[in-house]
Structures are given as C-alpha cells and as structure tokens.
Unconditional design. Sequence first.
Length: 88
Amino acid sequence: MSKETETSVRKERRGVVVSDGMEKTITVRIDIKKPHRLYGKTMLRSKKLAVHDEKSEAHVGDMVRVIETRPLSKNKRWRLVEVMERAK
C-alpha cells in the first residue's frame, strides 16, 4: 500500500459532557484509569476536551462518543459522533 491510499486511524474516546454553554461546542471529561508507576494502585486521571457539536444535541451529564478531527479552532480537535446515553 502506498501512503496515498492508507487512511489514518482516528482516536476515539467516550466521556461525560460537563459544559454545553458555548455555541456548537461542548466540554467533555475523559476518565482514564491507570496504575501508579511505583505502587501499582489504580489511579483515576481525567482530561477535558473541547468538542465540536454542530447540532447542539448533547447536554450536561450525557455520555458521548467523540472522534479526533482536524483543528477546528485554537482548542477544538475533537468532533461529536453520537450521544450514547442521555442524562437522567
């Protein structure tokens, strides 16, 4: 396969919407569980991503799936794929 025909594999993450106050943008918290380097205890680390939501369909508390995309603004590098579970 040549470089032109290969498609890049885009990263995909699942997380919870923590903010939907901006237009066409949501903030999603991604939780990562990983063991401590020395002690081995599982630690919970989180990261917040700015995600493009074209139709403004996600709201605070929803579980969503996001995918990596080209830079859309200074901080936005992720795009909403689907709302997996609505907040109760």
